[in-house]
Design a protein around this ligand. Structure first.
Ligand SMILES: [Zn+2]
Length: 354
C-alpha cells in the first residue's frame, strides 16, 4: 500500500461529502433536510488521553466528546492525537509509548460505531471520519526514522514538543533556551514533510516556529497549528503572534481555534462571544482560508460559557452568522480548511518514492 494512502483516501472521501453539502447549500438554502448545513472537522480532541491515562471507558460514556455530543455538533471528522505526556515516565517518554497509545485509539475507534475506521476510504453520513496526529514527539529523538512507520499508519500531523523542551524543539511553555528547533529537530521536520505528513506548531516556541518556516517552504508544506489562538487577543505563549498567523496564511496552512478559556481570553473564563472574537481576529490576520477548529475538548480544558461540549457547534455557527460571516466562510472554518491540510501531499512525492 502506498505510504499513508488510506488516511488520504479518508480525506478525499470527507471532502467529497462536504462538497456535496456545499452544493446543496448553494442550490436552495434551508431545504428542510434534517442534515445540518455544515460539518465539523476538529483538528484536536483529546479523548485518547482520557482513555489511555485517565481511566475513561473506551466507549466514551462521558466528557466533552461522546457519541451523542459529537452527533449533535455535526462532527464529520476528528483528529485523535497520540498525545505522549512529557512525564509519561520518570526518564522521559519512549517511542513505544506512542505505539501503546495508538493501540488505545484503535480500541476507541472499534468500540464506537459513530467512528469510521482509521483511514476508511468512504465517508458515511452520520458517522465520523477518524485521523491521527502525534502531540509531543520528543521521544523520536531516540531514532527519527521511527516516525516513518507512524506516518505509514496514517499519522498526518506531528508536534515535536509538548509542554517542555525536547531534544527536537523548544516548547512554547518550556524553559527559556537559546534555540528553537535543534539540528536533530530540523532533520526530523524535513523527514516528516518528505514522508508526506505535516508538522504541528501548536506547542513549540516562537524560535522553533521561525526555524520551521524555511523548512516548510522548501517542502511546499503548509504550516499548521492544530489548536492555538491569537496572542494579540489573549496573551498566552501557547497562542500565535500576528506575524505567525500571517506566516501560516502565506504557507497555505491553518490555525485551529482552541476553546480553552485562558487561550481564548487570557483570563480564567471565557464566553461564546469571546471565541467569536478570536475567530474574527484570526480570520482578519491569517485569512478565512487559514482558520480551522482545534477545540482541545477533553484535554483538561476550561470550556467557555456557551461552548460546553462537542454539541455546541450549532451555537458557534449561529453566532458567527449573526455577526455577518458568510455561510461559505463558516463551512471553510468548520471543515474545508482542515480537510485541505489533512489532504496535503508533497509535490515531488510521486509513485516512485522508495
Ligand atoms: Zn495541546
Amino acid at each position: 500500500m502506498r505510504r499513508g494512502g488510506r488516511a488520504l483516501a479518508a480525506v478525499a472521501a470527507m471532502g467529497a461529502a462536504v462538497g456535496t453539502m456545499c452544493v446543496g447549500f448553494a442550490a436552495g438554502g434551508a431545504g428542510g433536510e434534517a442534515e445540518p448545513a455544515y460539518q465539523v472537522v476538529d483538528l484536536h480532541v483529546d479523548v485518547p488521553y482520557q482513555v489511555h491515562f485517565k481511566g475513561r471507558a473506551a466507549k466514551l460514556p462521558e466528557g466533552h466528546a461522546t457519541a451523542r455530543t459529537l452527533k449533535a455538533g455535526a462532527y464529520g471528522g476528528i483528529v485523535l492525537p497520540i498525545y505522549i505526556p512529557d512525564k509519561a515516565r520518570k526518564t522521559g517518554p519512549l517511542i513505544e509509548d506512542a505505539d501503546a497509545i495508538l493501540a488505545t485509539i484503535e480500541g476507541i475507534v472499534r468500540d464506537n460505531p459513530v467512528f469510521l475506521p482509521l483511514g476508511a476510504a468512504e465517508a458515511v453520513p452520520g458517522r465520523i471520519s477518524t485521523f491521527l496526529s502525534i502531540e509531543g514527539a520528543g521521544a523520536f529523538a531516540d531514532d527519527i526514522t521511527q516516525i516513518d512507520r507512524f506516518i505509514d499508519r496514517g499519522v498526518r500531523l506531528i508536534s515535536p514538543a509538548h509542554a517542555s523542551n525536547t531534544r527536537l524543539a523548544s516548547a512554547a511553555t518550556g524553559k527559556r533556551v537559546d534555540h528553537g528547533l535543534t539540528e536533530l529537530g530540523k532533520a526530523f521536520c524535513a523527514r516528516v514533510y518528505a514522508r508526506g505528513a505535516l508538522i504541528d506548531v501548536s506547542h513549540v516556541s516562537d524560535a522553533a516556529f521561525a526555524d520551521l518556516v524555511p523548512i516548510a517552504e522548501a517542502h511546499g508544506a503548509p504550516i499548521v497549528a492544530t489548536h492555538s489562538n491569537a496572542r494579540a487577543v489573549a496573551g498566552h505563549p501557547r497562542n500565535l503572534t500576528d506575524e505567525e498567523l500571517r506566516a501560516i496564511g502565506k504557507s497555505g496552512g491553518v490555525a485551529g481555534l482552541n476553546f480553552h478559556a485562558p487561550f481564548v481570553t487570557g483570563q480564567a473564563e471565557a464566553t461564546l462571544d469571546d471565541v467569536v472574537k478570536q475567530a474574527e481576529h484570526m480570520v482578519r490576520v491569517a485569512g478565512v482560508d487559514h482558520v480551522a477548529i482545534g477545540s482541545d475538548f477533553d484535554g483538561g480544558i476550561v470550556v467557555p460559557v456557551g461552548l460546553e461540549d462537542a454539541s455546541s457547534f450549532p451555537a458557534l455557527a449561529a453566532r458567527l452568522r449573526k455577526r455577518g460571516m458568510a455561510q461559505g466562510d463558516v463551512l471553510k472554518i468548520f471543515s474545508l480548511n482542515a480537510l485541505r491540510v489533512l489532504g496535503w501531499r508533497p509535490a515531488k512525492a510521486g509513485a516512485a518514492a522508495p
